[in-house]
Write a protein that binds this ligand. Structure first.
Ligand SMILES: *Cc1c(COP(=O)(O)O)cnc(C)c1O
Length: 355
């Protein structure tokens, strides 16, 4: 750190993104990207004339994108906020709604604690149950900023909508943020509950089910007043935070939703194939409603498995924290990639048994 930096900057531990090594070509199952490209219309829309228009500022209101999203999610454009990835929205929400503190699970998306620390917010983490579920009863009547990923990451386990609604209902004095980054892979969205509850902030991303992690686009659905708060922060920091090409890509993608739904179906099928294959190899595999599996072997440590996979050209995500260090998070790639992953896993286990 430089000698000029603030106390908070000195003390926070920044988020560590999944590695993006360039030394060789990997089967990349470590950052929950889609194995499929964006839809045809998106690829065609990013054309020469749009690139030439990059000399112009983008629409800070993102009107077209908001109209299409509001149609797709059955709300009004005033109920939609769009931003530079959903991480941006999480950041804004912590900034805006953390004054009475925040509550989230001990094992969840690593960015929540980073944002809490960045904005000097006191936070409490609630342990997952022994079977790695979110203990929903612990989030009732808290009246602090509640942040829950549903389905949760890196476990992949979802919470039924009734349980989410109880949490929203019992915290009328605070915002309940439900991060639905993975909801399109089999979870239940709370988006429609935003009509009923003023304190619900439902956050989505184009990074996973819509194959656009590199475009940086996230959106939130909420009561109009919450959207206004988020807009105020955006207009106080960076009004042009979604570039022209991303706005176009995001709008076209919504008009081609069938393609993305089909991809989600394929990913769910491949997930079930992979989960079964791992279970046959004696892995413990948590029940996933996402595009990844969280799994541990009975004969090789999480870290050794991660390292041996990497040696053989397969990247997965290993988290060092005590409670989950035996596990790895494995993104569901294409069917062919997962067949290869299982083959390599078998080789690693065979070697391990001989050793
Ligand atoms: C991937 C992920 C995000 C971040 O998405 P971006 O839109 O790429 O910023 C947010 N929350 C969870 C739980 C995620 O896994």
């Amino acid at each position: 750190m430089s000698k000029y930096s603030s106390e908070i900057l000195n003390s926070i531990k920044a988020y560590t993104p999944g590695e993006q090594p360039r030394d060789k070509k990997y089967i990349k199952l470590n950052t929950n990207e889609s194995p499929y490209p964006p839809s045809k219309g998106v690829i065609e829309a990013i054309n020469k004339s749009e690139i030439e228009d990059l000399r112009l500022y983008c629409d800070p209101e993102c009107k077209r994108l908001k109209e299409l999203l509001s149609d797709a999610y059955n709300v009004r454009p005033q109920n939609i906020f769009v931003s530079n990835g959903s991480d941006d929205i999480l950041n804004f929400a912590f900034m805006a709604y953390g004054k009475d503190g925040a509550v989230f699970p001990d094992i969840t998306y690593g960015f929540y604690s980073v944002f809490a620390e960045l904005h000097n917010i006191k936070y409490e983490t609630v342990p997952l149950t022994d079977d790695f579920k979110i203990d929903t009863g612990m989030y009732l009547n808290r009246n602090k900023l509640i942040v829950i990923a549903n389905p949760n990451a890196p476990t992949g386990i979802d919470i039924p909508l009734e349980e989410i609604e109880k949490i929203i209902k019992s915290n009328p004095q605070s915002v309940v943020l439900i991060d639905e980054a993975y909801v399109d892979f089999g979870g239940e969205s709370c988006a429609e509950l935003t009509e009923k509850y003023d304190n619900l902030l439902c956050v989505h991303t184009y990074s996973k089910s819509r194959s656009m992690a590199g475009a940086r686009l996230g959106f939130a659905i909420a009561n109009e007043e919450i959207i206004k708060d988020l807009e105020k922060i955006k207009y106080s920091t960076n009004p042009y935070n979604i570039n022209r090409l991303t706005q176009i890509a995001g709008a076209v993608a919504i008009t081609e939703d069938d393609y993305y739904k089909e991809n989600c179906k394929k990913i769910i099928q491949t997930r079930e194939y992979t989960a079964n294959a791992l279970k046959e190899l004696n892995f413990t595999v948590l029940p996933s409603k996402t595009n990844f599996l969280f799994a541990k072997s009975d004969i090789i440590s999480g870290e050794d498995f991660y390292l041996k996979l990497k040696d053989r050209g397969v990247l997965v995500r290993h988290f060092g924290s005590e409670r989950i260090k035996d596990f790895n998070r494995i993104t569901i790639g294409s069917y062919d990639e997962m067949v290869k992953f299982i083959e390599i896993t078998k080789q690693i286990l065979d070697e391990q048994r001989k050793a």
